[in-house]
Structures are given as C-alpha cells and as structure tokens.
Ligand binder design. Structure first.
Ligand SMILES: [Zn+2]
Length: 268
C-alpha cells in the first residue's frame, strides 16, 4: 500500500474538499500531523472511519510545531497540554512535528522557547516509547547536541530532510534510528536534499507530500497524488548517481516498508 510519510489532512481538506475521497481512491496510508485539538479530532475521525471500512490507515501524529512560538505564542501551552493528553490516552503513532526552525531572524527570536519545547517533547516521546517526526530548518547542529536523547527513541523521522548526506550518515552511524523523508524540494533544485536522496540507503528513506504545504512547481498547493511524482524524481536522481534501489517500484516498496516499521511497528 503506498504511503505518505508526512502530511496535514485537515489543512488539505480546507484547500480541496474531496481530499479524503482522493486518498481512498489512491489507497494511500498517511502520517497525519497536527498541533491543535481541532485538527487532531478531524484526523482521528478519519482514522476511525478507515479502520472501520478497512481503508488505508492513518497514523496520528501530534506535536508543538517549532514555528508556533512565533506564529501563535498564545497557543503553545494548550498545544502542549493536548499532546500530554493524547500521549497518555495512547492515541499517537508519533510525536511531531517538533524540532527547530531557525530559518530567519524572526524565528531565531524564539530559539530559547523552541529549545525548551524540544527537550520536553523528546522526553515525552521517550516516556511513551514513541517515534518523533522532526521539522529542522537551519538547525542540524542543534540536532547533533541531542544524540543521546534521540538514540533512545524507537525512530526519528526527518521530515523534508534538508541536511547533507554526510550528516544523515553520521546520525545513523552514531546509533540514531533515523529516517530521511523527501518531498517536492527534490524536484525544485534543492541541492542538499537531492544529493542525500540520491545516495542514502533505501532502509532509511521515506517520501512525503507535506500536503498542502510543499507546492510542486506551478501548483497552488501539494496534494496526495504528488507522492508519485516525488518518487519518480527520486528514482531518476538515484539512477543518475548509480545508487542501489533506483526504480520507482523499489522506492515505493522501501517507503512502504519503512513507513509501516516507523508508524505501525509492523512490516509490509
Ligand atoms: Zn508539515
């Protein structure tokens, strides 16, 4: 079953009312990220419906997004409280997206808060033995200061990975059960992501749409069907680099296998 390692069904439904119908038609499992209760409740209802009808499953992810302290500081505390509740209720497949966004000066003003939230949330993931989904922009050096904590987690997914190939390898070598998820940036000339996607072993690869937030060129937003285009590009990059697992079929298979292992603790 094809899988989307990171997306936002609630936000996508506001751009495209029939998104869920499209997902069912594609038979696509997804990891659905949310940071507030309203989104989570919507995702949970979709997940229950899918379970009832035998449709493609939804992995429920929740975390205080690292952009939140800047975009909606007043919402941070309630988001954190909701995370504690959902984790305690055993509703989560993963904690995330969490991490660091130090992309520009504005985000950097909240670095101290981001750091506090990150520490607290990886602590919570450890307590409940949950994987984490990371959003990391201009902050790979920070990640390397948390190796001990990250190594203790069952899996660490770098959503829309933007670090280097060498940094990815270093994380794996140091014992982090890391996965690197790639989306439309590999089609948009993001050199570091393209190279990492071309060279990393298939055992650590994931693919995502981040729907609706990672627009392919010429589109107003990303949607589930874009996953196939992403995998096609990844196959092309790997073929050019002469890397193992370079057909679309092999990459879909690796993605599905890794997706099931990370979010559902099963194999395909
Ligand atoms: Zn996202």
């Amino acid at each position: 079953m094809p899988s989307d390692a990171h997306c936002h069904p609630f936000d996508l439904a506001h751009k495209k009312a029939d998104a869920e119908t499209a997902r069912l038609a594609l038979n696509l499992s997804v990891a659905a990220s949310s940071w507030n209760e309203e989104e989570f409740i919507y995702h949970e209802a979709l997940a229950k419906q899918a379970a009832k009808s035998g449709g493609p499953p939804i992995a429920l992810c929740f975390g205080v997004h690292p952009q939140l302290p800047l975009s909606e500081p007043e919402a941070v505390q309630s988001s954190l409280q909701a995370l504690y509740r959902f984790a305690a209720g055993e509703k989560l497949a993963a904690v995330g997206e969490i991490g660091f966004d130090l992309f520009d000066e504005a985000y950097k003003t909240t670095e101290t808060v981001q750091e506090r939230l990150f520490k607290e949330q990886i602590g919570l993931a450890r307590q409940y033995n949950l994987p984490v989904v990371l959003h990391v922009r201009k902050a790979m050096d920070k990640i390397f200061t948390y190796l001990r904590e990250l190594k203790a987690l069952p899996a660490v997914v770098f959503h829309s990975y933007s670090g280097t190939y060498e940094e990815a390898l270093a994380l794996c070598k140091r014992g982090v059960k890391a996965y690197f998820s790639f989306g439309s940036p590999i089609m948009l000339n993001h050199r570091k992501a393209m190279r990492a996607c071309a060279l990393l072993p298939q055992e650590v690869l994931l693919f995502e749409t981040d729907a609706p937030y990672q627009c392919p060129r010429g589109k107003p937003f990303s949607e589930y069907g874009d996953l196939w285009e992403v995998v096609k590009w990844a196959a092309h990059l790997r073929r050019e680099a002469g890397t193992m697992a370079h057909t679309e079929q092999e990459l879909h298979a690796a993605n599905d296998e890794n997706f099931c292992r990370v979010y559902f603790h099963t194999s395909v």
